[in-house]
Design a protein around this ligand. Sequence first.
Ligand SMILES: Nc1ncnc2c1ncn2[C@@H]1O[C@H](COP(=O)(O)OP(=O)(O)O)[C@@H](O)[C@H]1O
Ligand SMILES: [Mg+2]
Length: 295
Amino acid sequence: MEIALITHDPDLKEQRNRKLVNALAERGVSVRVLAPGRETVCISGSGTAFIDGSGRELNPDLVVNGLYRNSGWGLDLVRAFELAGYPVVNRAEAWYRAKMKHLASAALAAAGVPQPPVVFSHGVPAPLWRRARRLGRRVVLKPWNSALGEGSARYPQAQITRERLGRWRRRHGSVYAQAYVPNPGRDIRVVVVGSEALGASYRYARKGMWKTNVAAGGRPAYCRLTEPLRRLALAATRAVGLDVAGVDIIEGAERLQVLELNAWPNYHGYDQIARVDVAGYLADYLIERARRGTG
Ligand SMILES: Nc1ncnc2c1ncn2[C@@H]1O[C@H](COP(=O)(O)OP(=O)(O)O)[C@@H](O)[C@H]1O
Ligand SMILES: [Mg+2]
């Protein structure tokens, strides 16, 4: 069996990618690594051929979309594999939806998955800033495609002015504003693979900070995967159309709410905290999907 991994990390420097390739190799799968910039796509007649950096043609049983950069560079390559009839995990459309925060929000809303209210615009028309102010006592502004807690900022309602939103729009190209959810100083990351939620971890914000991302200094800790967490994470993943996801969940005063979804979550470290062999589960799942083909 052959599985192609499309990645921004062709030299497998990242632990999550190395762990997955090792887990697949242990199960007898040959993994072909393909990176945007190293591929050659040949289209002729009714066929499309994909050739890797070493000049070998790929004919994988499954394509794994392991892209993670915010830019989405190379996502068209994933789409090209889909058009050529290969089964893909995660599909390009779902990846794009997860990455563009307002699309993820719209998908969650359509599926009735609880989340904080959001307003979004490519500009700063009056209805945007009037409504953004009304989101709540505090409002979080996020770059439309942020990750790792980078770039987002929290403001008291009174500081959500037209001028501030105008500056934000000039800097980020659009405005995504979300109601801030008062919480116990932590959020929860649930990793989903296929139809299973594998485990959960708390992420505690550093003292005086409000973002809990581990990259922003958040401290991870074991969290029991309760039934409500499991159900919410699976519903969110399904709503966005992902097969593999890291779902960020916050404990609001009244209920759990989904903050965002990550299409290729970094599970290195998480696996120990959540006490689950994510790479192993992922490898088994990918093998099953490869066996199933496009059906
Ligand atoms: N609406 C919100 N209310 C409370 N905390 C939030 C909210 N949005 C984000 N956060 C905090 O900021 C972190 C980063 O936000 P998130 O939406 O996950 O974006 P990303 O991780 O892509 O930067 C979250 O893990 C959470 O700790
Ligand atoms: Mg996050």
